[in-house]
Design a protein around this ligand. Structure first.
Ligand code: 5AD
Ligand code: SF4
Length: 440
């Protein structure tokens, strides 16, 4: 019988957490763990948590309460908490839920093997430092197992922008960029294992400034270097800040063949007063100028954004400015949230706006954003796109993949396989996907 143990990871939050979970699974692979989809049979359950909006910590505590019941039945079960709640709460987690064996912050994942040894001996392990060493360098390489056609690759982590509502600068720490050679090595390795599309991740990815062979390189330079990786077909990046959209990065959207025509560029609000109070360091007008430049470089680009409504001091007029900005931009995709106060951030000290009013604004904004999404989907009908197939669909012979614009597309393609890229004509739209037929 194998003495390998089973690891169940539950991932909350952003794409960077998805990437981190993969890397933690690989690291713990070296400590004798294989991942499982079945929590009930796991030897270790790891929650990779998110702290970006309210109630995150409370949700984790109630999940941990449920896991404690599992552990009462199976005392050998190890419970681990990683991610931004781990960073923010630290020791408080074990104080509130003594069944937890391990607490690890996002900057300490390379220390997991030692921590795992410690808990195996029945001790508790806690690490929420911001160590000097580069965690990625100290995490084992991804094993050579085959994998799906798309992957995330973290190139930059942390943020120095300190938007007044945001916990990221506190949970992920200061902005750090990974060196170019490591990123290229990881990208080539992913391609060898079947990856065709890489999404470069960073909380402030377009502020990337990693060490290159002749000094620091910027994100556009990194993208051009990745453009030369044989077998890699598509490059994306997220999330960007409007103030770091340089001319060279904008130009790359028009010139770099593998860079996909999709850009997630959060604005948060369309009111200059609120943007100032958010410490965003840009105005609605400067954001619109950036959009104009991007559209000049790549007219068909699909834009996506993040919005917060009900930020302290937001009036109906401020909200209307956000609606007006949305009408001007026309987003193909968007994420919108009601402001939630995060302890330790500057805005947490400020009085909340009327919550019924904030709920109502969120509904109105989401109504507008959805109507734009559907309009843009409708406009795709009759157009030709390229689809990278990611998985089989529910119907016989059907494949599902993403277009350049990140629309999910269903196609009848009985001879196609995952990882193929096909030319497709869009024939119809559903709520959150498109349908199309193969072009030969
Ligand atoms: N309240 C609501 N939304 C928030 N976001 C970040 N912090 C908060 C908060 N305190 C949103 C922002 C950000 C996205 C990842 O989450 O829109 O761009
Ligand atoms: Fe948070 Fe993004 Fe602002 Fe950084 S730029 S503080 S990650 S919202």
């Amino acid at each position: 019988m194998s003495d390998r143990k089973k690891l169940f990871i539950k991932t909350y939050g952003c794409q960077m957490n998805v990437y981190d979970s993969e890397r933690m699974a690989e690291t713990l692979g070296g400590s004798g763990y294989d991942t499982t989809e079945d929590a009930a049979s796991a030897d270790m359950i790891l929650l990779n948590t998110c702290h970006i909006r309210e109630k995150a910590a409370e949700k984790i505590y109630s999940e941990l309460g449920r896991l404690k019941v599992h552990k009462d039945a199976n005392p050998n079960l190890k419970i681990a908490v990683a991610g931004c709640v781990a960073q923010a709460e630290g020791e408080e987690i074990v104080r509130r839920q003594p069944a937890v064996d391990l607490v690890v912050g996002p900057q300490s994942y390379h220390r997991l093997p030692e921590m795992e040894e410690k808990i195996r001996e029945g001790k508790r392990a806690l690490d929420t430092d911001f160590p000097e060493e580069d965690k990625f360098e100290h995490m084992p390489k991804r094993p050579k197992a085959a994998r799906g056609p798309t992957a995330f690759l973290t190139v930059q982590e942390g943020c120095d922008k300190f938007c007044a509502f945001c916990v990221v600068p506190y949970t992920r720490g200061a902005e750090v960029s990974r060196p170019v050679d490591r990123i290229l090595t990881e990208a080539r390795d992913l391609v060898e294992r079947g990856v065709r599309e890489i999404t470069l991740l960073g909380q402030n990815v377009n502020a990337y400034h990693g060490q290159g062979p002749n000094g620091d390189m910027t994100l556009d330079q990194l993208i051009w270097a990745l453009n030369d990786v044989d077998g890699l077909e598509r490059i994306r990046f997220t999330t960007s800040h409007p103030n770091d959209m340089t001319d060279a990065l904008i130009a790359a959207h028009g010139e770099c063949e593998k860079l996909m025509p999709y850009l997630h560029l959060p604005v948060q609000s369309g009111s200059d007063k609120i943007l100032k109070r958010m410490n965003r360091n840009h105005t609605a007008e400067s954001y619109l100028k950036v959009i104009e430049r991007i559209r000049a470089a790549r007219p068909d680009i699909l834009l996506s954004g993040d919005f917060i409504v009900g930020f302290p001091e937001e009036t109906e007029a401020d909200f209307e400015a956000t609606m007006e900005l949305v009408r001007q931009v026309r987003y193909g995709q968007a994420y919108s949230f009601k402001y939630s106060s995060r302890p330790g951030t500057p805005a947490a000290e400020r009085p909340l706006v009327d919550q019924a009013e904030a709920d109502d604004r969120l509904q109105r904004l989401q109504g507008l954003l959805s109507s734009q999404q559907y309009e843009i989907q409708d406009e795709m009908v009759g157009k030709e796109v390229s689809v990278l197939f990611e998985r089989e669909g529910r119907l016989e012979g059907q494949m599902v993949g993403k277009s350049e614009y990140l629309h999910a597309v269903h196609v009848t393609a009985p001879n196609a396989k995952r990882g193929d890229i096909a030319r497709v004509k869009i024939t119809n739209t559903e709520r959150n996907s498109l349908g199309g037929t193969l072009l030969t």
